[in-house]
Design a binder for this molecule. Structure first.
Ligand SMILES: C[S@@+](CC[C@H](N)C(=O)[O-])C[C@H]1O[C@@H](n2cnc3c(N)ncnc32)[C@H](O)[C@@H]1O
Length: 376
């Protein structure tokens, strides 16, 4: 059963009293306090309140009015660094219902889906609201975000996280509870949406509903975790005939340790989160022109496959002379290895010379040439 919520109510917090992203700390701002061991606590500034630690007390009043990035001291003389949390800090520590989109992917989503100030964006599912926060930031107060989530309790988690971050309920954000395919057509007008972002298990089920909602030229972006989902949603986008050919990628971010002369990649990194796939909606009735380079096996006939030749693929032929030399080298290497394996006596100076020559040859010739040749 589908239930559509009423619009998220506006806020009675006047704009000039809402938490700020910069400037001296004000009442209502969230402040991240980092202690001597790097442990972080976030507080919301209120007159007369105190923050209690194992290392003494800090009065909120001593923080209010200080510049962002100040150091404060507890009653026990321990120093804490006070900074406004960034959105990255917030999303990584906020309560979660469903798994969140990581900041590295959220940043790419904003860029690749071309989410701009003033855009009308549809997002599903809402999950914990992490992506909602990034989108709301990107569209600004003149944009509109329509979010869809089929689980009531997740929608509540998201609403709570968004209100906590902004300090009010954004007037330009509405969460509708229900399955996107059923709820979208009754919630937004046809051809009225600039961008659609899907983060759900089966986005291929929603492609037609999203195509109806998007304006011609609008962007659809799907975030999926597995290659099987990636393939399925790509084929669904193609099969709809209503979009450009989709582009797919993933983003890997490797942190670096940079301290004095110890400059190296971090030992650990997030190996995999998900894939992004984007496409643009065609105007109604438009048929996508044929591509010069065909995108997938499904677009090739068996005759086309027969026509593939090494030359057409850009493969260079290796000359007979080079080939004979490689065969000689590889045979010598094989003989040496086999002789050692059979427990033959000590390697003679003659065979040692040959071994060295073969190893040199392998390093400089055999290992490099085939790669170059096959690249064409
Ligand atoms: C991984 S979570 C989304 C996380 C979210 N993007 C974030 O950053 O916090 C996927 C969500 O999609 C919801 N969902 C799955 N299929 C849906 C559908 N057809 N319509 C609406 N919501 C759906 C699930 O209930 C789940 O909460």
């Amino acid at each position: 059963m589908t239930e559509t919520s009423t619009p998220t109510p506006g806020t009675d917090v006047p704009a000039d009293e809402r938490p700020q992203n910069s400037g001296p700390f004000r009442v209502g701002d969230r402040v991240q306090l980092t202690g001597p061991k790097g442990k972080r606590n976030t507080i919301t500034l209120q007159p007369g309140k105190e923050f209690h630690t194992h290392r003494g007390i800090v009065s909120h009043d001593t923080i209010i009015g200080l510049p962002d990035g100040s150091v404060i001291t507890t009653t026990d003389g321990i120093e804490y660094l006070a900074l406004r949390p960034l959105l990255v800090d917030f999303v990584m520590s906020m309560p979660r219902g469903a798994a969140i989109i990581y900041p590295k992917d959220a940043a790419q989503i904003i860029g690749q889906a071309d989410i701009f100030p003033g855009a009308t964006v549809v997002e599903a599912g809402v999950g914990s609201g992490a992506l909602s926060l990034w989108i709301l930031r990107a569209i600004g107060p003149t944009g509109r975000l329509e979010s869809f989530e089929r689980r009531d309790e997740f929608a509540d988690v998201a609403r709570g996280n968004v209100a906590t971050f902004f300090g009010y309920d954004p007037e330009n954000w509405r969460v509708s509870v229900g399955d996107l395919t059923e709820t979208l057509p009754t919630t937004v007008e046809r051809d009225s949406v600039d961008r659609v972002v899907l983060d759900m298990l089966a986005p291929w089920e929603c492609i037609d509903a999203c195509a109806d909602a998007l304006k011609p030229g609008g962007v659809i972006l799907c975030y999926v975790a597995t290659v099987t989902q990636l393939s399925r949603v790509a084929e669904a986008i193609r099969a709809s005939g209503r979009f450009t050919n989709p582009d797919s990628n993933e983003t890997m971010v490797r942190g670096w340790h940079v301290e004095g002369l110890a400059v190296r990649p971090d030992h650990r990194m997030i190996g995999h989160t998900g894939f992004l796939i984007t496409a643009r909606k065609l105007a109604d009735g438009t048929v996508l022109p044929e591509l010069k380079r065909r995108p997938s096996k499904s677009d090739f006939s068996d005759e086309d496959v027969e026509l593939w030749t090494p030359g057409a693929l850009g493969e260079r032929n290796v000359s007979a002379k080079i080939l004979r030399k490689r065969v000689r080298n590889v045979t010598t290497s094989a003989e040496l290895s086999k002789a050692r394996g059979l427990g033959a006596g000590p390697v003679t100076s003659d065979s040692a010379d040959r071994e060295r020559a073969t190893a040199d040859g392998a390093a400089h010739t055999d290992n490099s040439e085939p790669d170059d040749a096959s690249r064409g």
